[in-house]
Ligand binder design. Structure first.
Ligand SMILES: Cc1cc2nc3c(=O)[nH]c(=O)nc-3n(C[C@H](O)[C@H](O)[C@H](O)COP(=O)(O)OP(=O)(O)OC[C@H]3O[C@@H](n4cnc5c(N)ncnc54)[C@H](O)[C@@H]3O)c2cc1C
Length: 461
């Protein structure tokens, strides 16, 4: 081992440092398609250990890449053979829960689902939730400002984090573990670490904002025959359910039919033949009245001709089966690989035309066998797209990216709604951020990480 690794080993002990085969055996992504290429994996057990490690790495100019559950979708945690990976897998504790102030302090390596379950044990809810919950960590979610299935009601990670502790590039520990809802005492430093993908600091602990756990949850899937109907449905539910609407997910037929019906992976809640399928969730605090209200509103929606068909989950198992269709990203990969995957934002009113034009352009360019899948958190203006064309070369990928991203600027859209930039979108950032914005990002990066050792090469070129 090198002198640097010997010094790190002296800080973190034998459990805290992996090298050689122990590194190569580790997956580098959530599907296990690639293995870790890092020079070493460091697994600190505390903030103090990480701080000491970072002091050494800073002095040596050693690049480090923070890793959570490796469920990120933009190659943000990829390591080269020169990098050291810093895994937070030994820092998973729930340190405190305040059921009155409704906050929870956790170490950043805790999986999202474990944090949710810890809140539930106190009758509370950590409301940021997405399909990767079992593996994704709170630190990774903070670093990508993850969104997910309940943003329409509760917002993204940024809206659900009150305080953060982070270790800077030179090992300085910034403990901004604020637990207050209101704190305008100068700069709110947590935002330096939310959505910055481990390029400005490594998040070690966080204070999460919790909600009262809902007393009832009602789930339904609706079939619709036009995108106009999808918009009418969203407006109607906003009026009738207000803040009770906690999820509004939409799958185009090109998602629903191959995945829910043809793949054999699911028991389809609704038949084929419709243009869109909406998955709705209403949460409330009146278990006796909420179900009746939900049924009444869906009845009105059917009667008004907005929805063509609907099924309300009669049990928790049925609700979970509906969510499994929407969250079956692995099934989508099986259907659509090789393909490029996207996560864009644009006004809801522009979505229908954008998606139709993209499909037409892709088919004209790559032929009728082109596979396109469209779905997303429509209530948040967030579309996910998968586009596969054969042969899938680097040039094909680049051209597909151009087709997806180029129209977004004129629509006031974004190339990343929630997954971040990582390596994958870095070269397209200029399409939705001005030169002045990017220059300010560089100023921040240089101020906090002058040697460029934190997640080298990611986000900014
Ligand atoms: C099935 C599935 C569904 C998904 N659905 C959604 C969705 O609906 N909405 C959504 O927003 N995202 C979704 N995602 C992607 C989402 O970005 C990631 O799941 C999550 O945010 C990353 O968490 P992680 O712990 O796996 O981080 P990783 O993948 O390990 O890392 C992601 C980035 O964060 C950095 N990082 C990790 N930990 C730290 C830390 N402690 N300090 C500083 N930087 C750190 C890494 O360097 C990297 O840049 C989904 C992913 C999957 C696999």
């Amino acid at each position: 081992m090198s002198q640097l690794l010997d010094q790190i080993a002296a800080i973190v002990g034998p459990k805290g440092l992996l090298t050689g085969e122990d590194v190569r055996m580790r997956a580098a992504d959530w599907l296990g398609l690639s293995t870790c290429q890092a020079r070493a994996v460091v697994r600190p057990a505390s903030t103090a250990e990480l701080s000491a490690v970072m002091k050494l790495c800073h002095a040596a100019g050693q690049g480090v890449v923070a890793a959570g559950g490796l469920t990120g979708l933009v190659h943000g945690a990829d390591c080269t053979a020169d990098d050291i990976q810093i895994s937070l897998e030994r820092m998973r504790a729930v340190e405190a829960v305040d059921p009155v102030g409704r906050t929870m302090t956790v170490q950043a390596g805790i999986p999202v689902q474990a944090a949710q379950e810890a809140a539930e044990a106190h009758g509370l809810r950590f409301a940021v939730d997405w399909g990767g919950r079992g593996t994704a960590t709170i630190g990774g979610g903070i670093s990508t400002n993850a969104g997910g299935n309940s943003v329409v009601r509760y917002g993204m990670m940024r809206d659900n984090v009150l305080g953060i502790e982070a270790v800077l590039a030179d090992g300085t520990v910034v403990s901004a573990l604020n637990t207050l809802i209101k704190n305008n005492a100068a700069y709110d430093l947590k935002h330096l670490f939310i959505g910055t993908e481990g390029t400005l600091g490594i998040v070690t602990r966080a204070v999460l904002k919790l909600q009262s756990a809902p007393q009832s949850t009602n789930t339904a899937m609706l079939a619709l025959d036009s995108f106009g109907a999808v918009q009418d449905l969203f407006v109607t539910l906003g009026k009738r359910l207000g803040s009770g609407l906690t999820a509004f997910e939409v799958m185009w037929a090109n998602f629903y039919e191959p995945l829910a019906i043809n793949s054999g992976r699911h028991n389809p809640p609704l038949p084929a033949g419709h243009s869109h399928y909406a998955l709705l969730e209403m949460s409330g605090n009146d278990p006796d009245g909420d179900g009746a209200l939900f049924e009444r509103v869906l009845g009105e929606v059917l009667e008004a001709g907005i929805a063509a068909d609907a099924v309300i989950a009669a049990s928790q198992a049925q609700a979970e089966a509906m969510w499994k269709v929407r969250d079956d990203i692995e099934g989508l990969y099986h259907y659509c690989m090789p393909s490029a995957t996207f996560d864009v934002s644009l006004p809801i009113t522009a979505m229908e035309r954008y998606a139709a034009e993209l499909e037409a352009k892709a088919r004209a360019e790559f032929g009728e066998t082109t596979k396109i899948v469209v779905f997303g958190h429509i209530g948040d203006g967030n579309l996910h797209i998968m586009l596969g064309a054969q042969p899938f070369t680097d040039e094909t990928r680049h051209r597909i990216e151009e087709l997806v991203y180029a129209p977004l600027g004129a629509l006031g859209g974004s190339i990343s709604a929630e997954h971040g930039i990582g390596l994958e979108k870095r070269d397209w950032l200029h399409l939705c951020r001005s030169a002045e914005e990017i220059a300010l990002m560089r100023t921040l990066k240089t101020a906090l990480d002058p040697k460029g050792i934190l997640n080298p090469g990611k986000v900014l070129t």
